[in-house]
Ligand binder design. Structure first.
Ligand code: ADP
Ligand code: F6P
Length: 319
């Protein structure tokens, strides 16, 4: 393969730029040309292409967001649009595509591969919701961003002797809540993987108060319920002082952490090595510190991972 495309798609994540840089530099270093496809799959439909040279990725390794921009392109669900994208990319001489994104973006890559256009997926999402890889690019940084906020909220919760619900991102996957809840010493972690009723949540907080805790933190994954809704319930049903904070999109930005930059670089490097050998229909990831790749169909059909052991541990140490 002599010319490859690269795009970022879906929700952005810190470290996407580091992955773009690694792909561009590795590919050019291997004698290939690289075309940046802008605005996710939208750019493949609109022929929004830009040639990427070695210097086009200078000074981005430390930057959050994505220089190629990202988008959610609903048209890409349509078979005729996928075919149009392939025709546009072929016309531009692009022979294979690196897709940096989450599971939705990988489904787009899978559709292209099924139509005979080789793709390699790099996991870029803060949600850490891809089963085949231990970590996705951006998860670690997003957790650090949450933790910084959580630590500050703890200060004021402690001063005012109140319990604060902190809502973090994660619609179907509670990893951000789980990891930041552990690191932030939360009294309770509420995630989609564990069904807790409002009355069980109330019971846990009342018990914490009876055990002598005068303040506390509840880390809530957005997919479970809204923090405001839970706050109103607890205010109505208990005598505890309760507040709620929604962290929102700050979680998706910021300079990537060391581990996200290193992961992004390793994955970008590996993705190019596959395309260089004309291997497509793969996704790259990290398992037990080793860089791995899987067939895209296999990766997308793996059962969702949930670190129940970490959740149980958090229950013990939060007593
Ligand atoms: P993420 O990649 O972060 O999970 P989304 O689920 O929003 O984000 O998906 C990003 C984009 O990937 C979508 O806007 C669409 O362009 C493309 N996509 C998602 N699902 C599919 C699908 N089943 N077939 C084709 N393209 C898809
Ligand atoms: O990237 C995934 C995610 O961060 C989810 O956790 C969140 O619900 C969603 O994106 C929000 O994305 P947007 O507001 O850009 O649609």
């Amino acid at each position: 393969m002599n010319k490859i495309g690269i795009l970022t798609s879906g929700g952005d994540s810190p470290g996407m730029n580091a992955a773009i840089r690694a792909v561009v530099r590795t590919a050019i270093g291997n004698g290939m040309q690289v075309v940046g496809v802008e605005h996710g799959y939208r750019g493949a439909l609109d022929k929004s292409f830009r040639d990427m040279g070695m210097r086009s990725v200078s000074d981005i390794v430390q930057r959050g967001g994505t220089i190629l921009h990202t988008a959610r392109c609903m048209d890409f669900h349509k078979s005729e649009c996928q075919e149009q994208a392939i025709a546009n990319m072929r016309e531009a001489g692009i022979e294979g595509l690196v897709v940096i994104g989450g599971d939705g973006s990988f489904r787009g890559a899978q559709a292209l591969s099924n139509k005979g256009f080789p793709t390699v997926g790099i996991p870029g999402t803060i949600d850490n919701d891809l089963a085949y890889t231990d970590y996705t690019i951006g998860f670690h940084t997003a957790c650090n961003t949450c933790l910084e906020a959580i630590d500050k909220i703890r200060d004021t919760s402690s001063s005012h002797e109140r319990f604060t619900i902190v809502e973090v991102m994660g619609r179907h996957c509670g990893d951000i809540a789980l990891y930041t809840g552990i690191a932030g010493g939360a009294e309770l972690i509420i995630i989609p993987e564990v069904n807790l009723t409002f009355s069980e949540i109330k019971k846990t907080l009342i018990e914490a108060s009876q055990k002598g805790k005068t303040s506390g933190l509840v880390v809530l994954a957005e997919g479970v319920c809204g923090a405001e809704e839970l706050m109103r319930y607890l205010q109505r049903e208990t005598n505890l002082s309760i507040r709620a904070t929604v962290l929102g999109h700050q979680q998706r930005g910021g300079s990537p952490s060391v581990s996200d930059r290193v992961l992004a670089t390793r994955l970008g490097y590996h993705a190019v090595s596959l395309l260089k050998k004309d291997i497509g229909n793969r996704v790259v990831g990290v398992v037990k510190e080793k860089i791995v790749d899987f067939d895209i169909d296999e990766a997308l059909s793996m059962p969702r991972k949930f670190r129940k052991d970490l959740y149980r541990m958090a229950e013990v140490v939060s007593q």
